[in-house]
Design a protein around this ligand. Structure first.
Ligand code: SAM
Length: 246
């Protein structure tokens, strides 16, 4: 069944954008997923097609109106998760991406200006998601990021050569370093173990590197990995094949 994405935006021309090329673009052509970019402005009711207004309480900028947004959401609300992309939301994780990809699809609401009226978030029970601790000028790039992360996990989108089991976060760790030909480049040699042909040694090296990189760069992931480690070890594999922590 086709995984369906609806994006509510003031700038529908921004879609599919980069998602029309490469893996996601080919999957779109094959109808593995569908994308509709819906113009929020089509739900404005006055003759100027107003979608925003000044904030109660004063302050800079404009706020998107709840009545217009509610009508836009109602037009495509069919049980799929409805997400408002906002720097105030919970950080997007690979775990949540996997859940979205396993479902029927998503409805994504892209804010602009100062953001959206709080009451529509409450009334519609919107899930608020952030793609990072920085502020974009609009939710559209965040929607593209979320969709890219989901679409690549849909069945048949990635080939066997691009398995999601062997990448960052799959086992609660960042990924180990990669090397390819030439075996020596600018005086830098590939680690000997990778040329040894000894699969067990390669797996152990990769796991140690994944642990080192995670410990150095992401103390938050490292702490969670350590608390989950007994379970990861029981499941037996190296980092590259250990199932994701729940
Ligand atoms: N006034 C808001 C604040 O301080 O949190 C920022 C509004 S921003 C200029 C306009 C829109 O961009 C937001 O409504 C949201 O949809 C989107 N946006 C900005 N940064 C984002 C992020 N890190 N993750 C997801 N969406 C973001």
């Amino acid at each position: 069944m086709t995984w369906r994405a609806s994006v509510l935006t003031l700038f529908p021309a921004m879609f599919p954008g980069p998602l029309g090329t490469s893996l996601a673009g080919r999957a779109l052509e094959r109808a593995v997923w569908s994308l509709e970019a819906r113009d929020i402005r089509a739900h404005a009711t006055d003759r100027h097609r107003t979608v925003d207004d000044t904030p109660f309480g004063g302050g800079a900028g404009m706020v998107m109106r709840p009545d217009v947004l509610d009508a836009a959401i109602a037009a495509c609300d069919d049980g799929r998760p409805v997400v408002y992309l906002t720097p105030r939301g919970r950080p997007l994780t690979q775990e949540r991406v996997r859940e979205f990809a396993a479902g029927p699809g998503v409805v994504l609401l892209c804010g602009r200006y100062e953001g959206i009226d709080e009451r529509v978030i409450e009334a519609r029970g919107l899930e608020e998601i952030s793609i990072g601790d920085f502020v974009l000028s609009g939710g559209e790039p965040a929607a593209l990021v979320l969709l890219d992360a989901c679409v690549r996990l849909l069945p048949g989108v990635m080939g066997a050569a691009e398995s999601a089991d062997e990448e960052s976060f799959a086992a609660g760790l960042l990924e180990y370093p990669h090397y390819t030909r030439p075996a020596e480049w600018h005086g830098k040699a590939v680690p000997d173990v990778l040329l040894s042909g000894h699969h067990g040694a390669v797996a152990a090296w990769r796991r140690a590197e994944a642990e080192r990189i995670t410990r150095e760069r992401r103390p938050d992931l490292w702490a969670r990995y350590l608390s989950d480690k007994p379970r990861n070890n029981r499941s037996g594999g190296v980092v590259a094949s250990t199932p994701a922590a729940p």
